[in-house]
Structure formats: structure tokens, C-alpha cells
Design a protein around this ligand. Structure first.
Ligand SMILES: [Fe+2]
Length: 339
């Protein structure tokens, strides 16, 4: 994080788990976002799609759960679907309708000032909606996932509640600051790099690993490597520790409708239950990724749809849109981060 945030904001994130941008979306944009997602069918939940071909991640919940997911993926997928249906009435990924406008609004309001790094990839957006009485998310970290393939401990989330999250309404996000406990998820990208760069058939012309060329069989081989299994054991131990030793150290700020909050979804986090029976909890989210000086190409599609094709350029103050995923090999070395 130290090479991403300017020092003052690095400290704010390290100590509190958040960076408060103080930037609000205009009310008409908030209303437009709400109206757009109102038209998405009730009950649409994209979370279970992430479990397909990632069943091994269930070992972080314990051996029995892991075995169930690996040996009976269909049963497990149904369980995951039911679990998420209990938590969200809608969870909608990658509509990208408001992504550029929100990013432009941020730049127009001085968003550049938070960053040392020149670029941040704008991966995809998501919308979460829950009703009164729906289950809240317990303590967890969003584990790196093969559907994205380019995740590290420095991923950033723009978190924009479309309704106040406070003591009365509930629904507040809480995060365990990195000064208390932190996950070593850079290692994930390093392990991918080590494993897949050995075989030239997965490389593109620029010598970058092309995740879309990797077969599911080879991905399974990677999952079986000792180093990746060790990393999962480490995730499990840290998650257990976060739950057993650090539950009282989570920071839980009140958040106002339309206010843009920055945090890192690799940090341990949880959400409060939603207490408002008159209005639903709605949050609009955009995921940002630092770009590294590593030979890994960005994936072009998330669940079949184009993503990874917007880039924050804080030097020019622009949000740049491409027809394809951002081509990391075209960015100069000094504008990328060392892994
Ligand atoms: Fe999460």
C-alpha cells in the first residue's frame, strides 16, 4: 500500500482500515443508479458464479466443507446459492453502466490527491441489495480468485452506500486495520507467475502469461501444488485468528448516502445486519487494481462479459476506456509497481 497511497493516506488506511475520500456522488446520479438496478430482476445473485472452478477455496472454511465442495461441487454450489440468497436480494456484477461517470466525478473532485501510483485499473462494478432481516456477512477476507486472476493484497474498493449506514439503519461495513492483522496475498500472484510462466504455450507474443489460454486441468494442477496449499492453510489460520482474537478491533464507521469510501477487500471485513424495515440496504461498488511490473496479462471477460477495460491515469487526470482489457505490456516500467 505504501507505493499506492500518498504517505498520509497510507497511514490512514493502515491505522483505520479506510480512507475517507469526503467525495459525494450527486443526488441525481445516486437516483439513476438506484433506478437502473431496480430494473434488474429480484433475486439475481452473481456470487455463486465465483465458486465454479474455485471449489478448493472452501478449505479455508475447514476440511469438511472443503471436501464437500471438491467432491460434490453441484451440492456445494446449491448450498452457496442458498447462503447468498439469504444475505442479498440482489448481487449484480459488471453492469459497467455507471463506472465511467462515477470515476470521472471522482477525478473532477480531486481523487488524484490520494495516490502515489500513476495508474489504477478499474476492473468492474457491482451492486448489492439486502432487505431487513437478511443475514449479514461474517468476518472474512475476499480471497484471490481465478475468475479475476490478478489480485493482490493492495486491491482497492470504492464503496458507495446508496442509503445511510449508521447505528439506526445498521448495515455498516467493518474492517480490521492492517496494523492489527494483514493477509499476505501478494504471494498469490507470485505463485501464479512461477507456475505458469514455465510453459511457453501459455504466453502471448509479449511473453506475458495469458490466463485465458490456461486449461482447467492445468489450473487444477496449480491448486495441488504445495506452495498454493500452504497459502490456503495460512489464509485459514489468519481467518480463524481474526475471528477469535481480533473481533473487537474492527473499525465500523457511519457512512452517508452517496459518500465514497476507499478500503481493501483483502483486509478482514464484515457487515452489520440491516435494521431498516422500510428501505433496503443498497451499495454500489467499484473494484480497483494496482498494475505491477509482472508478465501477466489481464483477463478480458468476467463470466462472459468484457471487463478490466478502464484505467485511472492520475497523471493526466483521466479515466481512459479501451475496447479490450488494459494492455499492461504497453505501460512503461516506471509507471508499474514492483511486486
Ligand atoms: Fe467480502
Amino acid at each position: 500500500m505504501i507505493n499506492i497511497f500518498k504517505d498520509q493516506y497510507f497511514i490512514e488506511h493502515y491505522e483505520t482500515g479506510f480512507v475517507e475520500t469526503g467525495i459525494f456522488l450527486p443526488n441525481d446520479l445516486i437516483e439513476e443508479i438506484k433506478q437502473h438496478y431496480q430494473t434488474v430482476e429480484e433475486g439475481r445473485n452473481d456470487f455463486p458464479k465465483f465458486f465454479v472452478s474455485n471449489e478448493h477455496l472452501a478449505y479455508v472454511e475447514g476440511e469438511e466443507v472443503g471436501d464437500l465442495f471438491v467432491q460434490s461441487p453441484d451440492v456445494a454450489t446449491e448450498m452457496v446459492k442458498n447462503l447468498y440468497d439469504m444475505s442479498y436480494s440482489k448481487a449484480v456484477y459488471r453492469e459497467q453502466v455507471f463506472l465511467k461517470r462515477v470515476c470521472q466525478h471522482l477525478l473532477d473532485n480531486g481523487f488524484q490527491k490520494f495516490f502515489k501510483t500513476r495508474y489504477l485499473l478499474v476492473g468492474y462494478d457491482m451492486y448489492l441489495r439486502s432487505k431487513h432481516g437478511q443475514m449479514a456477512a461474517g468476518i472474512h477476507s475476499d480471497l484471490p480468485n481465478f475468475h479475476h486472476f490478478y489480485e493482490t493484497e493492495n486491491d482497492l474498493t470504492l464503496y458507495i452506500p446508496l442509503i445511510d449506514l449508521n447505528e439506526k439503519n445498521g448495515g455498516r461495513l467493518s474492517v480490521l486495520p492492517q496494523k492489527k492483522l494483514k493477509i499476505p496475498s501478494h504471494l498469490f500472484l507470485n505463485l501464479l507467475l512461477d507456475f505458469f510462466s514455465k510453459n511457453s504455450s501459455y504466453l502471448d507474443d509479449a511473453g506475458y502469461i495469458n490466463p485465458e489460454k490456461i486449461s482447467s486441468e492445468l489450473m487444477d494442477e496449480f491448486v495441488q501444488t504445495k506452495s498454493f496449499k500452504d497459502l490456503l492453510v495460512c489464509y485459514k489460520m489468519l481467518t480463524d485468528l481474526a475471528k477469535s482474537q481480533y473481533a473487537d478491533d474492527f473499525v465500523r464507521p457511519d457512512e452517508r448516502r452517496g459518500k465514497v469510501l476507499l478500503w481493501n477487500n483483502k483486509d478482514f471485513h464484515a457487515a452489520d445486519t440491516w435494521n431498516n424495515s422500510e428501505q433496503d440496504r443498497e451499495v454500489y461498488i467499484i473494484r480497483l487494481f494496482p498494475l505491477y511490473d509482472v508478465n501477466i496479462k489481464l483477463k478480458s471477460k468476467l463470466h462472459g462479459n468484457l471487463f478490466n477495460n478502464h484505467l485511472f491515469d492520475f497523471e493526466t487526470g483521466e479515466i481512459v476506456q479501451f475496447d479490450d482489457p488494459v494492455d499492461v505490456s504497453q505501460l512503461t516500467k516506471q509507471d508499474k509497481l514492483a511486486l
